[in-house]
Design a protein around this ligand. Structure first.
Ligand code: NAD
Length: 488
């Protein structure tokens, strides 16, 4: 198994060990064995990062020099390009991405998103004229200036770490903020590379800082509680998102949250490619560990048995053709950790207790290489009140739910605490569009339209989050509005 370079901290322009030299082992999901080491930050390291980021924001021209920012962000991007192979290695060995998935969400789509941010940067409005208005016998000319919010702490998950890190760090930098990136403990290398390449690009000290730590909560909680941090940009579970909002309240922190999902795909009776629409919901890609995956499949009662037969055949077609680290065709590898594997297996057990029928899979497969492998799994005869239909499993487990008619499909889809993405397929695009508009969700794919890309906003309704990442809106999340008026 590959050994990855040690993940160092990056604070105030310097690559550093943690105070006291503490490190921890990074465990590879394919084998369950260490694949590298990471610096294990202490609270003194977090403090140093906050001081550095605050000082770079308050005492340099970073927040006001748009040209310098754009130049450096472009140079940074070129260095990431030159390190594509290393990024791929990190995606595979830290996050457990299969080779066939790397070129998509893990590295390819992530770097494309960076280019999209650079493109939309030219559309950011930095000033807006509100015209004049009389008051108290004088005319007043009013205009808004849009200014960076300040020090941003970016707290990120392990599932698609490069994509999420870029989503936050690049947008915050372009907006003129300074950043402290805290990656998930499982994927410190995908954070550390932001430090290494920032040093190479020549960013001013303190503009970018990176902190890795073995404890999932401590460093993040310190950032959330500190009054010198202005905004928390968080992607992760809904439970932690709620805690961040609660803990951030003490300092009235601005919080931006990208959280979990339990999105539904509705395949209507008249879908022209019914079999393909049903089959493509098998949760193979990255073993279903995507916040926006469509993990509930809704099919009409009139074609339910047909859908079940399609799925049975499709899963049989996949067979054992997944989980090989050397196979460039594979899009499914292990889940991230032993803990996650146990959690997913717990849901599979629960589904059976709840009375759903296990159509396919359901077992751990340590024989695949010693790591955290779970078979592609599908439950049918699921009702939407079951916990396997309501809770985010974050593994390769699809649940299939029958519906009566369009109203019933809308009702079932919206009967969820989440609202992140979703899809609807129909031969009648007006019918599909009508349904898409009634689903309470942040993005919706009609006839498999791609609604996630770096140039358009992404985010959730309800328990799936607050705010939008990517696109122009993604940069604007990091801006404050200041109104200035002068007498004329
Ligand atoms: P997580 O919530 O456990 O951890 C996310 C990050 O928060 C990690 O860096 C972790 O160290 C940190 N953290 C944990 N406890 C904290 C605390 N008390 N205070 C501050 N920070 C804390 O999530 P995860 O297990 O790493 O990732 C999986 C989850 O992320 C899933 O629920 C998934 O849906 C969600 N996710 C959402 C999106 C999205 O865009 N909506 C994208 C990817 C993942």
């Amino acid at each position: 198994m590959a050994q990855l370079p040690e993940a160092k901290l990056f604070i105030d322009g310097e690559l550093r060990d943690a105070a006291g030299g503490r490190t921890y082992d990074v465990i590879g999901p394919w084998t369950g064995e260490p694949v590298g080491k990471a610096a294990d930050a202490t609270s003194a390291d977090v403090e140093a990062a906050i001081v550095a980021a605050r000082s770079a924001f308050d005492n340099t021209d970073w927040s006001t020099n748009h040209e310098k920012r754009l130049d450096l962000v472009k140079k940074y991007r070129a260095l990431f390009e030159a390190n594509r192979d290393r990024l791929s290695d990190l995606a595979v060995h830290e996050a457990g991405a299969a080779l066939g998935a790397v070129s998509r969400a893990h590295v390819g789509m992530a770097l494309d998103g960076w280019d999209d941010y650079i493109r939309v940067f030219s559309q950011v409005t930095w000033e807006r004229d509100y015209g004049t208005r009389p008051a108290f016998g004088m005319n007043h000319h009013r205009f808004a200036v849009y200014e960076p919010v300040g020090v941003v702490a970016a707290i990120t998950p392990w599932n698609v770490p490069l994509y999420v890190n870029i989503g936050k760090v690049v947008a915050a930098l372009l907006a003129g903020c300074t950043v402290i990136l805290k990656p998930a403990p499982n994927t410190p290398g995908m954070g550390a590379i932001f430090g290494e390449l920032a040093k190479e690009a020549g960013f001013p000290a303190g503009v970018i800082n990176v902190i890795s730590a073995s404890d999932p909560a401590e460093a993040g909680e310190q950032l959330v509680a500190d009054p010198r941090v202005d905004l928390i940009s968080f992607t992760g579970s809904t439970g932690v998102g709620k805690r961040i909002m609660e803990k951030g309240a003490a300092t009235l922190k601005r919080v931006f949250l990208e959280l979990g999902g339990k999105s539904a795909k509705i395949v209507l009776d008249d879908a022209p490619n019914f079999a393909m629409d049903v089959a493509m919901t098998m949760l193979l890609f990255h073993a279903g560990q995507g916040c926006a995956v469509q993990s509930r499949l809704l099919v009409p009662k009139s074609r339910y048995q047909e859908a079940v037969a399609i799925l049975k055949q499709s899963y049989a077609g996949v067979g054992d053709n997944w989980g090989d680290i050397t196979n460039p065709e594979h899009i499914m590898g292990p889940v991230i950790s032993k803990r996650q594997m146990e959690r997913v297996l717990g849901y599979i057990e629960l589904g059976q207790k709840e009375g759903a029928t296990l159509l396919h899979g359901g077992k751990a497969r340590p024989d695949k290489g010693g790591g955290y492998f779970i078979e592609p799994t599908c439950f049918v005869d699921v009702t939407n009140d079951m916990r396997i239909a309501q809770e985010e499993i974050f593994g390769p487990v699809l649940v299939v739910i029958p519906f009566e008619d369009d109203e019933d499909a809308i009702r079932i889809t919206n009967d969820s605490s989440y609202g992140l993405s979703g899809g609807v397929s129909s031969g009648d695009s007006a019918r599909a569009m009508k349904i898409a508009k009634r689903i309470r969700t942040g993005s919706m794919s009609v006839n498999n339209g791609m609604c996630i890309a770096g140039d358009i906003p992404f985010g959730g309704y309800k328990a799936s989050g607050i705010g939008r990442e990517w696109g122009l809106e993604g940069i604007e999340e990091f801006l404050e509005t200041k109104m200035i008026a002068t007498t004329v």
